[in-house]
Write a protein that binds this ligand. Structure first.
Ligand code: DX5
Ligand code: ZN
Length: 219
């Protein structure tokens, strides 16, 4: 099993990303996590494919788009063209998860499916074998800095029991105090946002997360 740290840029000063993102990568992060919000699926509006296109000028690191949007497939092409290697859409946003996964695969990127804290694993079970990654929201989507929701641990275990090979990503409230429990439950990809700003340096925050990984490093 590989382990990945995917820092979320959401809580950072967006005008500083051209230097902050290379620092994240230098410190040992694996994927850069882009939280795309449309003001409809979730109340806030963040950014679209333009941010991925701009960041691509400053880093070769793989990027993933977490689409918290009502019409995720309308954005697939733009994000692929912007250089994103994985696109994660929400099961709650579509009646056609299977078709959207196939669409992403046809575009040559990894396909991820996300579920909110109130959505059961059964909503995605039929398509897990088709996905590269399942994202279990460990807070309600929309904002950084929220408290980890414990009841999500059982869902991570349920996915890991049924799909030993799939990447399981957790997103929300991940820090040194919660990472042990999500690793134990079976997660192997970790979005970390506001915690990284709490340490004196980015390097220190990344190192603390990586030291919790059984492998000690991120891919
Ligand atoms: C929330 C986003 C998260 C967020 C995580 O809707 O999907 O990626 O940035 O932030 P923290 O780590 O602060 O909970
Ligand atoms: Zn996210």
């Amino acid at each position: 099993m590989t382990y990945s740290l995917a820092p979320s840029i959401l809580s950072f000063d967006l005008t500083s990303l051209s230097t902050v993102v290379p620092q994240m990568v230098e410190a040992g992060a694996g994927w850069i996590h882009l939280d795309v919000m449309d003001g409809q699926f979730v109340p806030p509006i963040t950014f679209g494919d333009a941010i991925a296109k701009s960041l691509r000028l400053h880093t070769d690191a793989p990027m993933e788009a977490h689409l918290m949007t009502l019409h995720p497939d309308a954005q697939f092409k733009a994000f692929v063209e912007a250089g994103v290697g994985r696109i994660i859409f929400h099961a709650e946003a579509t009646a056609h998860s299977h078709r959207l996964i196939q669409q992403l695969k046809g575009m040559g990127v990894q396909a991820g499916i996300a579920i909110n804290p109130a959505t059961p694993v059964s909503a995605i079970k039929p398509v897990l074998a088709d996905c590269d990654l399942a994202l279990v929201m460990t807070v309600n989507p929309g904002w950084g800095g929220q408290k980890f929701i414990e009841s999500t641990l059982d869902k991570i275990k349920e996915i890991r029991d049924s799909s030993p090979e799939i990447d399981i990503e957790v997103d929300g409230g991940i820090d040194p105090s919660t990472i042990g429990s999500v690793i134990e439950a079976g997660a192997n990809v970790f979005v970390v946002g506001s915690y990284l700003l709490k340490e004196p340096t980015l390097e220190k925050g990344v190192q603390k997360i990586l030291s919790a990984f059984p492998t000690g490093k991120s891919v």
